[in-house]
Design a protein around this ligand. Structure first.
Ligand code: BGC
Length: 452
């Protein structure tokens, strides 16, 4: 079957400044301090993709263009651009200009994230997002960036504020590693205001810009969708984890959807566990989350559940009625074992959502290249380009060719792709999932237990 994408639909890939640039030229950020204090995360000889070095970013982006991708999402590092209060590093702006110029020269669209978790050290020293002065300092920075880059018209103000408040202010995983409900609520409010003001500022300075937030969105269906209590509980968790931020962070031209996975929920309170992330850093799992029984899992242990993606997209549109951009979607998979399966089934889910009338014009894969995963360093491999973090050698994954076939033909030729890229059990499983997605079916753990 040939599933055609609308002619103006775009495919792309993403990075974030801190995760790919390396420390050449000094970044001056809170995460540099965090990595220094946790030397096990990145080893001294692991240099990463080195996008700060001329030509490294350019070559990787050219590889993406050859795949037929036409959007490059990337971040600018505030700490590089403003290493001290009111001190502007014009060299850093120049380097970003080069990269943006390269993207445009290749005929691609740049999408820039203004803040992807990381803060300049001097801002963190004065309380980071807990200090309400950070809002005006952020807006001053936004003004500088927008007026320096009139050629960029696609902006993400904040990456995953809904996840950051949890990881940094509640579950102690990310700097400043706090555990305080008060701080969580204060930071939430400050980030909401920062987004609103950034939105206005960007529109004033460049009215043709499209501006939104990229949210971390997992989907949590009830374990038993015949049980009204569990259904209610799942809605509440989806609201707490996903929707309350989306409702608050308006105005926005689109909802940026970073989707990786989802879990069934039940009301078993004994299921509240501490998951061990890398290096002894723990994160609390709060919601009675259960893996879909037959789902493959990624290197991160995240279930691959493309039907949850379709369910999320439907619900997002039903709830907010806004255009959606898939600002991130991907998996950690060092052997490239499931990436073809993942991309194919998720793009079918996305195609189905578009066919149902949900306005989605862009799909951005995370990530362009293997990069520093926040707590796991170079041990989680999300890239379309595989990277040796020590030598810097790049190799294109086989699965990137699947994305290329889709991007070039602007369509999913399901049978061809199944036969070319998947074998044995994976091929059969993907075929079953694709068939059920195209019928518009979603699975519930209990109701469809015999099928899953
Ligand atoms: C973040 C990325 C991260 C990815 C994989 C997203 O939530 O925006 O920075 O690398 O997930 O964990």
């Amino acid at each position: 079957m040939l599933l055609k994408f609308p002619s103006d639909f775009q495919f792309g890939s993403a990075t974030a400044a801190f995760q790919v640039e390396g420390n050449g030229g000094k970044r001056n950020t809170d995460w540099d301090i965090f990595l220094k204090n946790n030397p096990q995360i990145v080893k001294p000889d692991e240099k990463g993709p080195q996008w700060w070095t001329r030509d490294k970013a350019e070559k990787d982006i050219t590889s993406m263009q050859k795949l037929g991708l036409t959007i490059q999402r990337l971040g600018f590092e505030w700490g590089r651009i403003e290493p001290k209060n009111s001190v502007i590093n014009y060299e850093a702006i120049k380097r970003y200009k080069e990269i943006i110029g390269h993207i445009i020269k290749l005929g691609m669209t740049p999408m820039v994230t203004l803040n992807h978790y990381v803060l300049p050290e001097w801002i963190a020293d004065q309380g980071g997002w807990e200090n309400n002065e950070t809002i005006s300092l952020f807006i001053r920075y936004v003004r500088l960036i927008i007026s320096s880059f009139p050629e960029v018209t696609s902006w993400i103000t904040l990456n995953e504020p809904n996840y950051l408040v949890d990881a940094a202010y509640l579950s102690q995983a990310y700097p400043p590693q706090k555990s305080s409900i008060v701080a969580t609520l204060v930071v939430r409010q400050h980030m909401i205001t920062a987004h609103k003001k950034a939105f206005e500022t960007i529109k004033q300075l460049n009215s043709s810009s499209q501006v939104g937030v990229a949210f971390a969105l997992r989907w949590y269906p009830p374990e038993d969708n015949n049980d009204p209590i569990e259904c209610g509980y799942a809605r509440i968790i989806n609201y707490i984890d996903n929707y309350n931020f989306i409702s608050a962070m308006r105005p926005a031209d689109f909802i940026g959807c970073n989707y990786y996975t989802g879990y069934f929920l039940n009301l078993d309170v004994t299921n509240i566990t501490k998951t061990k992330r890398a290096h002894g850093i723990h994160q609390t799992k709060l919601f009675g989350e259960m893996k879909k029984p037959d789902a493959y899992v990624t290197d991160f242990g995240w279930p691959i559940v493309p039907d949850f993606f379709l369910a999320l997209l439907r619900d997002l549109y039903k709830t907010f009625g806004k255009p959606i951009i898939i600002t991130e979607n991907g998996l950690a998979d060092h052997e490239d074992k499931y990436r073809s399966f993942y991309i194919l089934t998720h793009l079918v889910a996305l195609w189905k959502a578009i066919e149902e009338g949900i306005p989605i014009k862009q799909y951005i894969h995370w990530a362009t290249i293997d990069n520093i995963e926040w707590l796991e360093g170079y041990r989680m491999h999300f890239g379309l380009l595989k990277l040796d973090p020590v030598t810097g050698k790049r190799t294109l994954h086989q699965s990137a060719h699947l994305l290329k076939d889709i991007a070039h033909s602007h369509a999913i030729n399901t049978e061809n792709l199944l036969r070319t890229y998947l074998k044995g059990e994976q091929r059969e499983k993907a075929r079953t999932i694709i068939d059920s997605l195209l019928r518009g079916e979603l699975q519930s753990r209990v109701v469809n237990d015999d099928k899953v």
